[in-house]
Every structure is written in structure tokens, then in C-alpha cells.
Design a protein around this ligand. Structure first.
Ligand SMILES: [Zn+2]
Ligand SMILES: [Zn+2]
Length: 333
């Protein structure tokens, strides 16, 4: 097999998008992945070996593109495409087929797929470019699609969403980071609009689902293996009695706990501020940390909706304060 020319692979800047590849043939999947990585390093490609796993992944993650093999162990390309369109998956679908299936693969377009590609080296080489065209087209469609526009405007009216978006909008901020602690030196102080809590995470997930925000992985954070909280601090403890109170002499640490022993070195432990559990470094769990950025293309829409909500609130407040004295007179009589 010949390597495609370097220039060939780098002609287009695909931006970052996430692909779900559903194919039970692991070798084909590896080849497809390689072609996508050559096209752009910013593309994330997740893999599902069958239809069941595909549906599970769709619950957890928003995909910008689905690539589905014409035959699957637990479904067929035609069947799965029909089902995905029925459940309103808003992403382009490209079906890939072996050369001997190519003639039949046309049916998948009738079933709702956007395109198909044949698994020859030429077909697979063109796949990433083909994919990018469809992703771009869907991004445009998504912004102008009336149904999604309506859903987004409904979303903006949610009190918490409005609060977050209006903060971002008024202060002209671009990013939101939902966590405070990271161990890889990422300083969240540099990220304006730092927020925390499960509730905020839920809002961020919904906004990402509707592509109001994009999420990008920026590092890892420590989480408590007991309760999953990220409010974890490291401290030194006595290796003997577990006390964390010491007196420091010139050369030693003297434990002020029950043992009173002297130590040259102390043991580092981690303590969860939520469940109070203590654990060692080897037991630490790590979660990816994401930063969320506002979708530039939706900025005018967000600004407009914030203004209209603000106007509505103002009108309500004025009406309410005008009515007040009237109410008083009524109650006085
Ligand atoms: Zn001690
Ligand atoms: Zn905990």
C-alpha cells in the first residue's frame, strides 16, 4: 500500500470533531482510523463493534459523524440507519461497504444515510474528505434548523442556563471550566467564569448536546475513590499514628499525635473534604478535565435571546411594582 502524499493529507483543516465508527471488522476500523488521523489530529474517533454498543455510546456522547459498516453482527446498515433517523440523531451518517456489497449499499441512502463509501484503498482515502463535507453541512443545517433553534431558545429560558450564558455574554468570556482542582498544573484562575457542582455539570452537558458549547479536554483531576468528589487536598501524616499535627525541629518532625515519634520524612496522604476519607497516592482516581467554549456561530443568537429575556423580566418587574399600591388599597378596604 502506498502512503498518500503528505500534502494530500493536510490540504484541509478539519477542525475538531468526534466520529463514531461502527464496524465489527477490527482491521478495517484500524485502517479507517489511520486515514482520519492522517487527515487531522483534531479528530477523535470512537469505536463500536456492533449496533448495541453504538446505541450505548450515543447516550453518553454527542457525535458529529457516524460511520457504519453495511453489515453488523446484530443489525444491518439499512436497519440501523432507519432506527437512528427515527430517534432523531442529528449527525451525518456514512455507510461503508465491501466492494461486493457496494451495489446494494445505495439502499442505505434511501433509508436515511447521507452517503456511502466503498472499502477500497481509494474509497477509504477519500472518506475523511467526504466526512468533512458532511460535517460542515450539518453544522450549518443545525444552526438554521427550526426545530433545533426552538429547542435552544427553550433552553435559554432555563434560569440556570440564562444565568451562565448571560455572565459569559455580558463579560465577553469565551470559556467555562467546571472544576477547581487539576494536578497537571492547569491554573483555572486563568479561566474566567469558573463554576463547580453537579448541577452546573448537567447544564454544561445539555449545552454541549445542543452545541451551544464545545468541550475540549485540558488535563486530569484527582477524585476521591470513596465518593467521587474532586474536593481533595494533600497533607502530611504520621506514618505511625496517622496524626497530621507536627512540630518541626531543625532536623526532624516530631509527631504531636498519640505516638510522639520523630521522623526525618513525613508520609503524604490525600484527604477528601466531602466524605473525610483518607487515601494514598496509589489509590487516587483521575477524571478528565474539560473546558467549555462558546460556539462562536451561536453568539449573536445567544445575545439576542438574553436581551429578549431581560426585556421580559423588566416588563414583569414594572407591571408588578405598578400593581402593588393598587393591591394595598384593595386589602385595606
Ligand atoms: Zn504519630
Ligand atoms: Zn470522598
Amino acid at each position: 500500500m502506498t502512503q498518500p502524499a503528505q500534502g494530500d493529507a493536510c490540504v484541509m483543516d478539519a477542525g475538531d470533531y468526534r466520529v463514531l465508527l461502527v464496524d465489527d471488522n477490527v482491521n478495517d476500523a484500524k485502517i479507517i482510523k489511520k486515514y482520519f488521523q492522517m487527515h487531522s489530529e483534531a479528530i477523535t474517533l470512537d469505536y463500536a463493534p456492533n449496533a448495541e454498543s453504538c446505541y450505548r455510546k450515543l447516550i453518553e456522547q454527542v457525535y458529529d459523524l457516524l460511520i457504519i459498516n453495511y453489515t453488523l453482527p446484530d443489525s444491518t446498515g439499512v436497519e440501523i440507519v432507519k432506527e437512528l433517523r427515527e430517534i432523531d440523531v442529528f449527525a451525518p451518517i456514512i455507510v461503508v461497504a465491501r466492494e461486493d456489497e457496494a451495489e446494494k449499499a445505495v439502499e442505505v441512502v434511501e433509508a436515511g444515510a447521507d452517503d456511502y463509501a466503498v472499502k477500497t484503498s481509494q474509497g477509504l482515502r477519500g472518506l475523511s474528505g467526504q466526512a468533512e463535507r458532511h460535517v460542515e453541512e450539518y453544522r450549518k443545517k443545525f444552526l438554521t434548523n427550526e426545530k433545533f433553534k426552538e429547542r435552544r431558545f427553550e433552553l435559554y429560558r432555563n434560569k440556570n442556563v440564562y444565568g451562565l450564558l448571560s455572565t459569559l455574554h455580558n463579560r465577553n468570556l469565551r470559556h467555562v471550566a467546571p472544576v477547581v482542582h487539576t494536578i497537571h498544573g492547569y491554573n483555572t484562575d486563568r479561566v474566567p467564569g469558573v463554576v463547580s457542582g453537579d448541577r452546573m455539570q448537567k447544564i454544561l452537558n445539555i449545552l454541549t448536546h445542543y452545541r451551544v458549547l464545545h468541550k475540549t479536554k485540558i488535563g486530569m483531576r484527582m477524585v476521591c475513590p470513596g465518593c467521587g468528589s474532586d474536593d481533595v487536598t494533600s497533607l502530611f501524616s504520621c506514618p505511625n499514628c496517622g496524626s497530621d499535627v507536627f512540630e518541626k525541629t531543625r532536623t526532624r518532625y516530631v509527631c504531636e499525635g498519640i505516638c510522639g515519634e520523630r521522623f526525618a520524612d513525613l508520609k503524604r496522604v490525600y484527604s477528601c473534604n466531602l466524605c473525610r476519607e483518607r487515601f494514598q497516592e496509589k489509590d487516587l482516581l483521575f477524571d478528565p478535565v474539560y473546558i467549555y467554549s462558546v460556539n462562536d456561530e451561536l453568539k449573536p443568537e445567544i445575545g439576542e435571546s438574553i436581551q429578549s429575556i431581560r426585556d421580559t423580566i423588566k416588563r414583569h418587574t414594572i407591571t408588578a411594582s405598578e400593581k402593588k399600591p393598587e393591591m394595598k388599597t384593595v386589602s385595606n378596604q
